[in-house]
Design a protein around this ligand. Structure first.
Ligand SMILES: [Zn+2]
Length: 176
């Protein structure tokens, strides 16, 4: 019979996916940044596809319920809500489990607008929200070649957590 290891692992990986449909006449928010565009992302809350995928990656990393279970799309409380609220709840659960974010890596897929000119601003905003340095946030922007998804925004996110105690030890060590 295999034995169960009850020690907390030093690192944990998380993965999140989200997609939203573009709709005319609503503001576009990606990574907590408002982007000028004639369409925004529909769905519950502010439709921030990147923050939703990051939130799900964080929740998945600590085996917590996912964003849809914690913040029911049918609950009118979340209509138009700032997605930063969801991210903060996920971070609270990460800290509660004894971990902190080491780095995140995201791919954004959408035909328009172009993300490149805003990538640095999005990365630094996401880094601030997560409490990590901007060079711990990877962001790649792709167009949906051959996918026939011109009216969708898609985000894939991988996150690595490290044990908070281990993080404190390595910081102390680097000082001496
Ligand atoms: Zn979403």
């Amino acid at each position: 019979m295999p034995t169960t290891n009850h020690r907390r692992p030093t690192t944990r990986i998380g993965y999140g996916f989200d997609s939203h449909e573009f709709r005319a006449g609503i503001p576009l928010k990606i990574g907590g940044i408002a982007l000028a565009h004639d369409k925004g992302l529909g769905g519950h809350s502010d439709g921030d596809v990147l923050l939703h995928a990051i939130t799900d990656a964080l929740l998945g990393a600590v085996a917590a319920p996912d964003i849809g279970a914690l913040f029911l799309p049918s609950d009118p409380k979340w209509k138009g809500a700032d997605s930063v609220v969801f991210l903060h709840e996920a971070l609270k659960r990460v800290r509660g489990a004894g971990y902190r974010v080491a780095n995140v890596d995201a791919s954004l897929i959408m035909a328009a607008p172009r993300i490149g000119p805003h990538a640095a601003e999005i990365r630094s905003r996401v880094a601030r929200l997560l409490g990590v340095r901007a060079d711990c946030v990877g962001l790649k922007a792709k167009t949906p070649e051959g996918l026939n998804l011109e009216n969708a925004a898609i985000a894939h996110v991988a996150v690595l957590l490290e044990k908070a105690a281990a993080a404190r030890r390595s910081r102390k060590k680097s000082k001496t």
